[in-house]
Design a protein around this ligand. Structure first.
Ligand SMILES: [Zn+2]
Length: 485
């Protein structure tokens, strides 16, 4: 039977499996068999009309089935199908197409510093001068942006711009190696500037402390030769893609989730753009972000260094860029796979009949207004505050605390005596709850538990309330001894 390989975000809906043998002689039959056996996958793979969602791509071996016969593509028992959802992460002439930068001279000191580059034939003095004359923009000074900016600076890229408006948070330090413990609370660009200057004072560091948007992106990107996208959200990812495509700039791209990463080079006119791959973003909330799903600390290191390598190759005009190829990295099995990416002839942005010639409203495009409406709905479910819960527990009132977080979160902190059923398993465990009982549902910050409250209300439970702010609010306001994560 053909094997279907599942990415991390979909595994919870398939009992945690990474690969599933599915019966079927075509792609469509195999996918239907998969969904028959794991019905919870259905809403992640198919839309309400029963069509495969546009942010889910399916590959037979290394070919996108859209470039074969779509769902009717025949499958043999030895074939594998890879599902590649967009994740919260060949060079015709290749880099020669980058405008030849003006030659910049190197001082004796720079010659000593870059000597291990100068003795590689593919770099040499001419290549090092190209790097010195080059201007690279890193979008984001976070997990991917940290190794990316550090290695580009060390390699001698002459002008390094970084866009970021965030401040360093303690939870960033596990992976964002531009920032140190003493930088917590400071703007990321300030610690980035200091680190980069310490690594290589010959680099001109240009901080752009702003939120990239449709009004400023084109002007900002125009001044750079290569853009490296290290963002973690869909609006910025589409914005960077569109601005790069409109300006004809290469976009060295990567994304990460838990143990998995993806990397490629998008370059309209030379290869596909991000919209060729994913014409539309997933609906908000369907794809978890690193903040919700977590990420292995070294993973952005792996992927950011791949981005740095691709950037340097483009600037040197050396080797074969990751253009038209999607590199999949699975750090858990330490396997690298490669899928072919093709330009979409119907792409609205880079196809011959393109309809999009300007930047759009990316918050709107990515459904953030719906997300805000969803949030309001979440706030609309019956709830109680942690203070109210505290006083009710003190008076010894009889109520059931239902914890819908995943087991590995429960291990970090939990309420004593709570009933623990992860949200994904709630619908099949309703028999463990009584409608007569008063139930308070909680998760980490209140989003998943609000969904659980909705599910319970829809299933006939009446005395159900959501704990506003979740166990995190409890740890913050009621019990400071409880760890926060
Ligand atoms: Zn395109």
């Amino acid at each position: 039977m053909p094997t279907i390989l599942l990415p991390t975000p979909l595994r919870p809906y398939a009992d945690g499996q990474t690969a599933v043998a599915a019966a079927g002689e075509t792609v469509e039959e195999a996918l239907r068999d998969l969904v028959r056996r794991f019905p919870k996958l259905a809403r992640h793979l198919y839309d309400e009309g029963g069509r495969l969602r546009s942010f889910v791509n399916v590959y037979k071996n290394d070919e996108d089935v859209r470039h074969l016969e779509g769902g009717r593509t025949a499958l043999a028992a030895s074939d594998s199908l890879t599902i590649v959802p967009s994740i919260a992460g060949g060079a015709p002439g290749g880099s020669q197409a980058l405008a030849a930068p003006p030659q910049a001279g190197l001082s004796h000191e720079e010659i000593r510093r870059y000597s291990r580059h100068l003795i590689i034939p593919e770099v040499g003095l001419a290549g090092q001068k190209r790097l010195k004359a080059a201007k690279v923009l890193c979008v984001g000074a976070g997990g991917l942006g940290s190794p990316l900016a550090l290695y580009l600076a060390a390699a001698g890229v002459g002008t390094l711009g970084v866009v970021d408006f965030d401040v360093v948070d303690e939870s960033n330090l596990q992976r964002q190696i531009l920032h140190g413990t003493a930088d917590v609370g400071r703007p990321k660009l300030r610690s980035a500037a200091e680190r980069i200057r310490a690594v290589n004072p010959h680099v001109r560091f240009v901080p752009h402390e702003l939120r990239l948007d449709s009004a400023n992106a084109l002007d900002l990107l125009r001044g750079y030769d290569v853009v490296a996208d290290g963002t973690d959200n869909f609006p910025t990812r589409y914005l960077v893609n569109d601005a790069c495509a409109l300006l004809g700039k290469p976009n060295v791209w990567a994304s990460i989730f838990r143990f998995e990463g993806q990397a490629t080079v998008f370059w309209a006119g030379h290869g596909p753009c991000y919209r060729c791959l994913y014409p539309e973003p997933p609906p908000p909330g369907l794809v978890p972000s690193c903040a919700e799903g977590g990420v292995l600390g070294v993973l952005p290191g792996l992927l950011g260094v791949i981005q740095a390598s691709e950037t340097i190759k483009l600037l040197l005009g050396a080797g074969e860029p990751l253009l038209g190829r999607l590199l999949l990295v699975d750090a858990l099995s330490m396997r690298f796979r490669e899928l072919k990416l093709r330009r979409d002839p119907d792409c609205s942005l880079c196809g011959p009949n393109r309809t999009q010639t300007t930047l759009v409203d990316y918050a709107e495009f990515c459904g953030l207004p719906q997300a805000a409406a969803e949030e309001q709905r979440v706030q609309g479910v019956p709830s109680l505050s942690v203070e109210e819960l505290s006083s009710r527990l003190q008076t010894g009132e009889d109520l059931l605390l239902l914890d819908v977080r995943d087991p590995h979160e429960v291990e970090i902190c939990a309420f004593e005596g709570s009933l623990r059923i992860p949200l994904v398993a709630l619908s099949e465990n309703l028999h463990r709850l009584s409608t007569a009982e008063e139930i308070v549902v909680h998760c980490k910050v209140g989003g998943r538990s609000a969904k659980a409250v909705e599910l319970l209300l829809a299933s006939g439970f009446r005395k159900v309330r959501n704990l506003a702010g979740g166990i995190d609010a409890w740890a913050e306001r009621i019990d400071p001894a409880m760890p926060r994560y």
